[in-house]
Design a protein around this ligand. Structure first.
Ligand code: TYD
Length: 212
């Protein structure tokens, strides 16, 4: 099973993902951007305010392709539960936002289309929901993707993705304390993993009651 964590910068996603390590010691924990040279290239581009958004998209997508073939597909083939801190939806939400003023029409559909030919979509996604102002304040707004106006665009892309596939996403209110968010994510992850392994009833009520 492939379970992903998504959310704005500063949503507490990485903290929750780290906490899941103790709860799920047998799972394969991974993340995007990765720790390979592809991930280094991505991080270099993140620090460049003048980077071309289309070039950014293809760097992130190259990192994803490598991540899929090197980590995700082999672990899934071994029957592992794979838990990834960011994955395809980060591209759909972030790169579609950075391409909003470009020559690309319908950027979200375009970015999805690029992935469609080769990716493995997640079985379930936990979305840590926080407003862009809180996210930017927590993240420190140190790089180009952490500014409030940009994060508002990213959030609206995540909302569109969730509306399109409400059965895949579980929203968790990430405006609460880190402890409360961690508890909720652990609980939701347990329910989703149990549900995936055959107990459909377990997923009922897994969200925070706001629609996904
Ligand atoms: P990440 O290391 O997850 O940062 P954080 O822990 O602060 O959320 O991701 C770094 C930045 O890269 C973050 O601003 C989100 C962005 N990003 C994309 O724009 N597209 C992508 O496909 C991914 C994986 C990340």
């Amino acid at each position: 099973m492939l379970l992903t964590l998504e959310g704005l910068d500063g949503s507490g996603k990485t903290t929750a993902w780290e906490a899941l390590h103790d709860a799920r010691p047998d799972a394969t924990f991974t993340h995007e951007p990765t720790d390979t040279w592809y991930g280094d290239a991505v991080r270099r581009s993140l620090g460049d305010d003048d980077a071309d958004p289309l070039a950014d998209l293809f760097l992130f997508t190259a990192d994803h392709a490598d991540h899929l073939s090197r980590v995700v597909r082999p672990a899934l083939a071994d029957g592992d539960v794979v838990i990834s801190d960011r994955y395809t939806d980060s591209r759909y939400a972030y790169q579609a936002a950075s391409l909003a003023d470009s020559e690309i029409r319908r950027p979200l559909e375009y970015v999805r289309g690029i992935h469609g030919a080769f990716t493995r979509e997640p079985d379930a996604t936990i979305y840590l929901d926080v407003d862009p102002e809180t996210a930017a304040a927590r993240a420190g707004a140190t790089d180009k993707f952490e500014r409030v106006s940009f994060l508002a665009e990213v959030q609206s892309n995540y909302d569109r993705l969730i509306d399109a596939e409400p059965e895949r996403f579980v929203r968790v209110d990430a405006s609460r304390s880190p402890e409360a968010v961690i508890d909720r994510v652990e609980d939701v992850a347990d329910r989703l993993i149990e549900a995936f392994h055959g107990d459909d009833a377990a997923v009922a009520g897994a969200g925070d009651g706001d629609g996904a």
